[in-house]
Design a binder for this molecule. Structure first.
Ligand code: MTE
Ligand code: MO
Length: 317
């Protein structure tokens, strides 16, 4: 962990660490992750090396498909805070200041507060998870994320039994996010998950890619990754996580409810009103390469389909 965000982040305005860091529970969490994922592997170059890699353990559920290049992953992005073109985030996100960074965690939790990111990550064992990302515009990528299960954080914060959903918000900072100067979206960008989706071990908070800290355009310093849902659910540059008992507003559902539902599970049988979702174009394959069939739940049906037993997925799209 050290070297990822450094240890010298500002600690001003944060909730006293004692409130949150029950040492024993934290250690148990770290051990549990290690036990599931096998022995720690270090990909690090020598100490002091500018290119030092993040320590990670190989995580569960990784696809064995070949990951996209870092260049693809960092140059073909959706991050409307920096413009609507796929290259805009790479061009403009460099301006974003990502440290210090705090995440407010509030609502139906035992330990609400405004937490310094470094302190939130202390003791968390980072994993590498190679996941498919499937965008609603029918392109896809394979990304070697570095991250940890969202449920690890939620358990440490203490979720009250009344909570049913988790809401997320991105940073609002128009001085550094030029896209926020136009009002086509009611900023900040918002997303949400049902609590059982948020607690699913496939749902991670990512802080890196290719064992490096996230490039800003990929949602630095911390973003959500929900691999069985369309890409827009994977909210970037998170500053607030709220536990609530009502289904949260989400940016795309609010903007165009007939096109973007709250659930947004990848589903080849439910078309987007303006195009088919039955197949996808893998970035890096070349524009004329054959499209690939899209898999239900983006290939993660075995792990997550049960979450939707008895639900009509045409209605709850
Ligand atoms: N804050 C924020 N998060 C966001 C977006 C955005 O515009 N703003 N775009 C979403 C969409 S539509 C997709 S497909 C993914 C893209 O993630 P990537 O650029 O890392 O591939 O980010 C999602 N998260
Ligand atoms: Mo997307």
């Amino acid at each position: 962990m050290k070297g990822h965000f450094g240890t010298n982040l500002g600690r001003e305005e944060i909730t006293p660490r004692e409130v949150f860091f029950d040492r024993r529970r934290m250690m148990v969490g770290a051990l549990a992750v290690g036990a599931l994922a096998g022995p720690a592997r270090t990909f690090a170059a020598g100490r002091g090396d500018a290119m030092q890699k993040i320590d990670v353990v190989p995580g569960r559920y990784s696809t064995d498909e070949r990951p996209n290049s870092l260049k693809d992953i960092a140059s073909y992005n959706n991050f409307y805070e920096f413009g609507t073109g796929k290259n805009d985030p790479a061009r403009h996100a460099g301006k974003l200041t990502t440290r210090p960074w705090t995440v407010t965690i509030d609502g139906m939790v035992d330990n609400p507060g405004r937490y310094d990111l470094a302190s939130l990550l202390e003791g968390v064992r980072l994993e590498e998870r190679i996941y498919r990302l499937r965008c609603v515009e029918a392109w896809s990528m394979v990304v070697p994320w570095v991250g940890f299960e969202l449920r690890t954080l939620l358990k440490r914060i203490g979720v009250r039994s009344s909570a049913k959903y988790v809401a997320f918000e991105t940073l609002l900072r128009p001085e550094e996010m030029p896209g926020q100067k136009s009002r086509f979206i009611d900023w900040p960008y918002r997303e949400g998950l049902r609590l059982d989706e948020a607690m699913h071990p496939l749902t991670i908070l990512a802080t890196g890619v290719y064992r490096e800290p996230l490039p800003n355009q990929c949602g630095a310093p911390i973003r959500l990754v929900v691999p069985w849902k369309y890409g827009f659910k994977s909210i970037k540059s998170i500053v607030r996580i709220t536990l609530t008992d009502t289904q949260p507003l989400t940016t795309w559902n609010q903007n165009a409810p007939q096109e973007y539902g709250f659930y947004a599970n990848v589903n080849p049988e439910v078309d987007h009103p303006r195009w088919s979702q039955a197949s996808e174009r893998r970035i890096g394959d070349g524009f004329f390469a054959r499209r690939r069939p899209t898999l239900p739940f983006n290939g993660y049906a075995k792990q997550v389909a049960h979450l939707y037993d008895g639900m009509d997925l045409r209605r709850f799209y």
